[in-house]
Every structure is written in C-alpha cells, then in structure tokens.
Design a protein around this ligand. Structure first.
Ligand SMILES: Nc1ncnc2c1ncn2[C@@H]1O[C@H](COP(=O)(O)OP(=O)(O)OP(=O)(O)O)[C@@H](O)[C@H]1O
Ligand SMILES: O=C(O)C1=C[C@@H](O)[C@@H](O)[C@H](O)C1
Ligand SMILES: [Mg+2]
Length: 155
C-alpha cells in the first residue's frame, strides 16, 4: 500500500500512449467509496468487486494499477501470471509519511498494520513480479520514465 501504483501507473501509461485503468477507481465509481464498502459490506464483498474489475482490465494493451490486495484472489493471481507485472516496493521508513492521514481501511494501526500486511503478501508479490522498482528514494517522474522505457516493446 502507498508504493506509488496509482501515481506512477498513470504516468507510465501516458508515456507509452496506452489507456490507463486504476481498479480502485473503477470500484469507487461503480460501488462508492472504499471505506464505506468495507464498513457496510465487508472485505469479502470488496474483494469480489475487485476481482471483477481486474478481470475486465488485465490482458489489454494498457497499464493497470491494482489495489495492494488484489493478488489475494486466486483468479487474479492466475491472470497476473501471464501479464507483465511491475512490482513497486517502498521501505517502511518512507511509507510512514505517505500513509499518514490515509483512509485505507486495513491500516487500522498505521505503520504496524502496513508492515504486517506487507510481510504476509510479500512472497506473492515477489512470485508474480516480472520486474521490481523501489520507490523509496526516486521521484515519481524518474520512476515513470524508467518503467516506461523498460515496458516499451513488452506490452
Ligand atoms: N516515488 C515517490 N516519491 C514520493 N512520494 C510518492 C512516490 N510515489 C508515490 N508517492 C506518494 O505516495 C502516496 C501514495 O501513492 P499512490 O496512491 O500512487 O500509491 P498506491 O500504491 O496506488 O496506493 P494504494 O495501495 O492505496 O492503491 C501519494 O501521496 C503519492 O504522491
Ligand atoms: O492493500 C489493500 O488491501 C488495499 C489497498 C488499496 O489500494 C485498496 O484496494 C483497499 O484499501 C485495500
Ligand atoms: Mg492506488
């Protein structure tokens, strides 16, 4: 969470001249704010909406920014096995300020929740990654340039 998927993904798509989709935004436009979905319908309902949004997005010539937990669904993990997956990392030290004041429903204990969730998901992220960038030190613009250069010709 807060590694830069949405901000960097949008710029990468612009550089590549392909459509951009952010599955969190799709869910919000179709079902309302994410915290409200978690509160009134629960995480399982959110994951089902997310799985559907990912299934409609992945596999086209485009850039898709996923929610941090999208890989938890086995169908999504299977879809990503045949996609070009950029895994963005960030250190706990740096992410602390990025998540301050955030309304991500799973971050009930701030950085402690972030670290626990990251440790649980890390093997899955690493398994599905085609390439990895750490976003802790470089600006968004530089990361987007590098990733777009790498992705050109691959998608
Ligand atoms: N390389 C970076 N340097 C500094 N700030 C960054 C960088 N990348 C992202 N940020 C900032 O971190 C915050 C989170 O970024 P963003 O929303 O793109 O993350 P995300 O991975 O999409 O998070 P989520 O898991 O909630 O979807 C934003 O405020 C963004 O401006
Ligand atoms: O990592 C997660 O589980 C989440 C990340 C966000 O992008 C949203 O998809 C939601 O807040 C859940
Ligand atoms: Mg995002």
């Amino acid at each position: 969470m807060a590694a830069g998927k949405s901000k960097i993904g949008r710029r990468v798509a612009r550089h590549l001249g392909v459509p951009f989709t952010d599955t969190d935004r799709m869910i919000v436009s179709e079902h309302g704010p994410i915290p409200a979905i978690f509160e009134s319908e629960g995480e399982d309902a959110f994951r089902a909406y997310e799985r559907a949004a990912v299934a409609r997005s992945v596999g086209k010539r485009s850039v898709v920014s996923l929610g941090g937990g999208a890989v938890l669904h086995p169908d999504t993990a299977t879809l990503l096995e045949s996609a070009t997956v950029v895994y963005l990392t960030v250190s706990a030290e740096v992410v602390r300020s990025r998540i301050a004041g955030s309304n991500r429903p799973l971050l009930t204990d701030g950085i402690e929740s972030w670290e626990r969730i990251f440790a649980e998901r890390r093997p899955t992220y690493e398994r599905l990654a085609t390439a990895t960038w750490d976003t802790s030190r470089l600006p968004i613009s530089r990361l987007a340039d590098e990733i777009a250069d790498w992705a050109r010709g691959r998608i």
